[in-house]
Design a protein around this ligand. Sequence first.
Ligand SMILES: [Zn+2]
Ligand SMILES: [Zn+2]
Length: 105
Amino acid sequence: MSPALDNGAPVPQNAPFVIYTDDQGQLLDTLPVCQDFNRGLCNRTACRFVHLQEGDGVEVVDQRVAVCRDAAKGQCARSTCKYYHIPIALPPAPVMAALASYLQQ
Ligand SMILES: [Zn+2]
Ligand SMILES: [Zn+2]
């Protein structure tokens, strides 16, 4: 069984490959949305951009989504949230920092 989001939608295949933090391991405020995916053109399983599902209700501004801090901390109480909920459990900050700096080279 594949993991699913709160709303029952499957976790995007590329979710583990998106860079969610800076090279200090700090969670980014906003994340870039994959423009190809919106047109059904992205088939990169290791795509580094957010793949938004239709009907997620996440607000996109300048082709970026704002990260939901509440969800990142563990729980978001909003029934409909316009911020992006990171669909996977993130590794500890030092691991994310190493990953981010590695991927950004
Ligand atoms: Zn993509
Ligand atoms: Zn939220």
